[in-house]
Write a protein that binds this ligand. Structure first.
Ligand SMILES: [Zn+2]
Length: 150
């Protein structure tokens, strides 16, 4: 067997004679990474496997009801981070729904500028990709039932 380069650590290794297509070495961190990647890919592609994983996680949470509460009490910053990430996911989902529903039919061009102010702006001069948020305000229309009754 000719030596091969590991997919993760890039070190040379001898593939097993029983698995000539082996791409990852047998070192601990590489095995863990390979297993994690397999697990993640399997969840994404196999709904039955994903359901078994969800059931298993729920079973563990039910058996250890205090664990999550204790972790959050010990790591208050993770609550804030989760909240922020959930808001970002919700915002992306809402924006995706708007795109799918094609609600924005009459788009107006708007000129806008981004001003980089403050001591940290010097670091942003070369990195000029600006994040932005899009707000779409819709007029509140009275419902047909309310207007028919009056
Ligand atoms: Zn390796």
């Amino acid at each position: 067997m000719t030596p091969r380069r590991c997919l993760y650590c890039q070190l040379s290794f001898e593939p097993s004679k029983f698995r000539p297509d082996q791409r990852v070495c047998n070192r601990g961190p590489c095995r863990l990474q390979r297993n994690a990647d397999y697990h993640r890919a399997k969840i994404a592609t196999d709904p039955d496997y994903a359901q078994v994983v969800r059931d298993s996680q729920k079973k563990w949470r039910d058996a250890h009801p205090d664990c999550q509460r204790d972790y959050r009490a010990a790591h208050p910053d993770c609550i804030e981070q989760n909240l922020l990430q959930q808001r970002q996911r919700d915002g992306r989902r809402r924006l995706g729904n708007l795109v799918k529903n094609n609600l924005a039919l009459d788009l107006k061009h708007s000129c806008s500028e981004a001003w980089l102010v403050g001591p940290a702006a010097a670091d942003l001069v070369k990195n000029n990709l600006a994040q932005s948020k899009l707000f779409i305000f819709q007029p509140v229309l009275p419902s047909p039932a309310a207007s028919a009754g009056s």
